[in-house]
Write a protein that binds this ligand. Structure first.
Ligand SMILES: Nc1ncnc2c1ncn2[C@@H]1O[C@H](COP(=O)(O)OP(=O)(O)OP(=O)(O)O)[C@@H](O)[C@H]1O
Ligand SMILES: [Mg+2]
Length: 290
C-alpha cells in the first residue's frame, strides 16, 4: 500500500528571537555548512568542479548521497542543480564544452575513470527529466527498450515479466495493462512521467536522478509521483531537483542548498527548513530571494 502523504506546508522558520540566538554562517562564506557526509554513502563526490568552456558552474562541491535515501537539491534558478545532477551519471559528457573534475565514486567505482563505459553506468544511475519524454513507441516497447539493448532478458516471457514489474513499481500497470500496444505519447502527462520512471526502473538501476520531475504536472499527478518516490526509496537511492520546497519537505530525508555554483548547506530536511545553518539558505527558504 502506498502511504498517504501529508500535503501540509513544511514547518516555518522559527521566531525572530531564536534566529538571533542562532549564529548563522555569513552570506560571504561559501564553504558547505551542515552535514554533507554520511556513514554509508552510495555516491561520494569530492571537490567536484564543472566548467562550461572557461566559465565555472559548480565550484568545489563535496557531498555524500546515502543508500536508500531521497536527497533533494534546491536553490535559485541557474545555481547549478541540473549541472551537478548530470555529473552523477556523466550526462554532462553529452555537452561538448562541459568539463568535470574532482572525484565521484559510485560505491567504490570512480565513475570518471577513463575505463568506465557510460552505457552500463547510466543503467545503474538512471535519469528522469523535467518534461516526460517517452519514445515514439508503444507503452510496452518504451519499457522493454532498455532491457532489450542491455540484454537483460533471455526470452519474450522474461521481457514481459520485466515490463510488467516495472510498470507495477511505477504505479502505472493498472492504468495501461489493457493497452500496452498503444503509443506511450498518448498517455496523460502524469502517466507519461510514470512511464519514464518505469523505463528507468526496467534496467535495474541503483540510483534514480530526477530533475524537476513534477514541474510539468498538475497537483494530482504530482501527488501520485511523490507517493511513488516514497515507495521507490525502499529500493533505490533517489536524488531529486525541485523548485517546490513543500515537495522537498514531503519527499526527502536530506536537502542540499546550492547557490551560484556553491553547495552552501546540506542537512536533514526538517533541519534545513526550520533551522538552516547558512544565512543564504535562510534567505532562500523564507522567500527573500530566488
Ligand atoms: N549547456 C550549457 N552551456 C553553457 N552553460 C550552461 C549550460 N547548461 C547550463 N549552463 C550554465 O551553468 C549554470 C548552471 O545551470 P543549471 O542549468 O545547472 O542551473 P539550475 O540550477 O538547474 O537552474 P534551473 O533551476 O533554472 O533549472 C548557469 O549559469 C547556466 O547558464
Ligand atoms: Mg535545472
Amino acid at each position: 500500500m502506498l502511504q498517504t502523504l501529508s500535503h501540509t506546508a513544511p514547518p516555518m522558520i522559527d521566531t525572530r528571537n531564536e534566529q538571533k540566538a542562532r549564529s548563522l554562517v555569513q552570506r560571504d562564506d561559501r564553504r558547505t555548512a551542515g552535514e554533507p557526509f554520511v556513514t554509508e554513502p552510495r555516491i561520494s563526490c569530492r571537490n567536484v568542479n564543472v566548467y562550461y568552456g572557461d566559465k565555472i558552474a559548480i565550484n568545489d562541491v563535496s557531498i555524500d548521497i546515502g543508500a536508500n535515501e531521497v536527497l533533494a537539491m534546491i536553490g535559485p534558478s541557474g545555481c547549478g542543480k541540473s549541472t551537478f545532477l548530470r555529473c552523477l551519471n556523466r550526462m554532462n559528457d553529452t555537452i561538448d564544452i562541459c568539463r568535470v573534475d574532482g572525484q565521484i565514486l559510485l560505491d567504490d567505482m570512480d565513475i570518471y575513470h577513463k575505463k568506465i563505459d557510460v552505457v552500463p553506468l547510466r543503467a545503474r544511475v538512471g535519469m528522469v527529466f523535467q518534461k516526460p519524454n517517452p519514445f515514439p513507441k508503444s507503452i510496452f516497447d518504451n519499457v522493454a527498450y532498455g532491457p532489450t539493448i542491455h540484454g537483460l532478458s533471455a526470452s519474450k516471457a522474461e521481457l514481459h515479466a520485466i515490463v510488467k514489474t516495472s510498470l507495477i513499481k511505477a504505479g502505472l500497470w493498472d492504468e495501461v495493462k489493457d493497452r500496452l500496444d498503444q503509443p506511450g505519447t498518448g498517455l496523460s502527462g502524469g502517466q507519461q512521467q510514470r512511464l519514464c520512471i518505469a523505463r528507468a526502473i526496467a534496467v535495474g538501476p541503483e540510483v534514480i536522478l530526477m530533475d524537476e520531475p513534477c514541474s510539468a504536472l498538475d497537483p494530482i499527478a504530482t501527488a501520485t509521483i511523490e507517493e511513488l518516490i516514497s515507495e521507490l526509496k525502499q529500493q533505490y537511492t533517489i536524488v531529486i531537483v525541485t523548485h517546490n520546497m513543500q515537495q522537498a519537505a514531503r519527499v526527502s530525508q536530506r536537502t542540499a542548498y546550492f547557490h551560484l555554483g556553491d553547495l552552501l548547506e546540506v542537512g536533514q530536511t526538517d533541519k534545513v527548513f526550520t533551522k538552516p545553518s547558512h544565512q543564504l539558505t535562510e534567505d532562500y527558504i523564507t522567500g527573500r530571494f530566488g
